[in-house]
Design a protein around this ligand. Structure first.
Ligand code: FAD
Length: 428
């Protein structure tokens, strides 16, 4: 048994960890180990990747490339392959993953199971939109080949690992002119200005994202937009990444540190600027500090991420930020971004047309949970949903209200698979 925690470090429960290393035998290996759950890099924040006292099928040894067709950009790989390694293979050949989340330390299987999104949702949708097919092992010993249009494909993309174990994947990469992006940084004074900037940028800029000062009265922020560009700039030296060395006795993100940190960041970034950035720095700035999640201290932290439909989004985002500011909590890591008008591929995919807000909160006990109840009420009222990849506490009613295709999904679950989240939200 090993103690496993997810990125939020809220618990460290004992798990039976069973490495899967031979892709031809996965369907046989998992059949005798029920109930289990596939485990990628544990980069989900809450309990979607945990199965306390049960088995975790460790996908990380299944990290081999199977084939890459350079003229078409079609890549086949095992499901434990890291997005970082795909980029290292593809970028020097003029290709890239079409969608990447804020960290590259994520497996392909984990990216499909949460149908992750990046900063270019309005242009390229989410990760599942670029999956050409996969093999799914079920705990009854079956191996199923799934492709877009199949019911089991739509259940597995964003299916929280509950439909089977993805063994092997075929991805469509996208062409890029190189490894560099031209990035423009602008400041906004309030939420209305954020929406105006987003609307004005989406046609011409592939990537848009913003940082919002969650404690400032007017909710000012910094807006970033970027496009791929050709550049003869040499590849930068590999980053000398810093590893945060210890868990402090209390969260270093707290009421005393947050306001000054936000103010300094806003003033450093507020003047309009253009820069050339290497893809890793632009897509994954947080990866430069390993183990930064320890900064939140021994009790860990939650991330609260929701999406609200656009019509209700302006009022809803203002209400959420006002509620958060009243408590004086929140975090430096506060992201506000619009999603494009694209229907989600997966039955339980998170990203839907509208606007998403994501914020970290150090866990300080009941007051944190009481705040979330208030935020939940605003999200449900606005017809929004919470992101399961970040969640460890949403009530079942909030989940059901946000995911109208849940009843279509449930019969497609693999009965031999269960997680802490599925037991909390689905009773099994
Ligand atoms: C710093 C940081 C930034 C992030 N930024 C973003 C972002 O911008 N956008 C976004 O969408 N997410 C973001 N995330 C969340 C992260 O991308 C997702 O939680 C992702 O799913 C984690 O992948 P993983 O390989 O660590 O999987 P895990 O966290 O280990 O597992 C996640 C789920 O995938 C399932 N799973 C894993 N492998 C398989 C498999 N082979 N077959 C079936 N199911 C499987 C697990 O059972 C579990 O349900 C971020 C996380 C961090 C830490």
């Amino acid at each position: 048994m090993v103690a496993v925690s997810s990125w939020g470090r809220l618990t460290a429960a004992e798990h039976r960890m069973l490495p899967l290393a031979d892709r031809s035998k996965v369907h046989l290996s998992i059949a005798g180990q029920r109930p289990g759950l596939a485990f990628g890099m544990g980069r989900s924040y809450g309990d979607v990747c945990l199965n306390p006292e049960g088995a975790l099928w460790d996908m990380r040894p299944l990290d081999r490339f199977i084939s890459f067709d350079q003229p078409t950009g079609r890549l086949r790989c095992e499901a434990g392959t890291l997005l970082r390694d795909i980029q290292r293979l593809a970028v020097p050949r003029g290709w890239m993953l079409a969608v990447v989340p804020g960290t590259q330390y994520v497996t392909v299987g984990g990216a499909i199971a949460n149908d992750v999104h990046g900063k270019n949702h309005h242009r390229h949708g989410s990760f599942g939109d670029h999956v050409l097919g996969f093999t799914l092992a079920r705990t009854n010993g079956e191996l199923r080949h799934c492709k877009p249009g199949d019911t089991l494909f739509a259940a597995t993309v964003g299916g929280l690992g509950l439909t089977g174990v993805i063994v092997e994947v075929e991805l469509q990469l996208r062409r890029v002119p190189g490894a560099w992006l031209e990035v423009e940084t602008l400041s906004y004074r309030d939420i209305d200005e954020f929406f105006a900037l987003s609307d004005a940028s989406e046609a011409d800029w592939e990537y848009t994202v913003s940082w919002v000062d969650c404690l400032n009265r007017s909710r000012r922020g910094i807006f970033m937009r970027a496009n791929h560009v050709e550049s003869d700039q040499p590849e930068p030296d590999p980053r000398d990444d810093f590893r945060w060395p210890f868990v402090p006795p209390v969260s270093l993100v707290n009421r005393l540190t947050l306001r000054p940190l936000n103010t300094v960041y806003f003033h450093l970034k507020k003047s309009q600027a253009r820069s050339l950035q290497y893809y890793q720095s632009f897509f994954h700035p947080l990866d430069g500090i390993h183990d930064w999640n320890k900064l939140y201290g021994p009790r860990g932290f939650y991330q609260y991420q929701c999406v609200l439909p656009r019509a209700e989004g302006v009022a809803g985002i203002k209400a959420l930020l006002q509620t958060i500011a009243r408590t004086g909590t929140g975090s430096f890591l506060a992201v506000l971004k619009t999603f494009g008008q694209r229907e989600p591929t997966g039955m339980l995919s998170f990203a839907q047309p509208g606007v998403t807000l994501a914020l970290d909160f150090p866990y300080t006990g009941d007051e944190t949970l009481r705040l979330f109840q208030q935020l939940d009420a605003i999200v449900v009222e606005a017809g929004g949903r919470l992101y399961a990849a970040k969640d460890a506490r949403m009530p079942r009613a909030v989940f059901e209200a946000g995911y109208p295709r849940l009843n279509e999904f449930l019969p497609l679950r693999d009965p031999g698979i269960s997680s802490a989240m599925s037991r909390r939200l689905l009773e099994s």
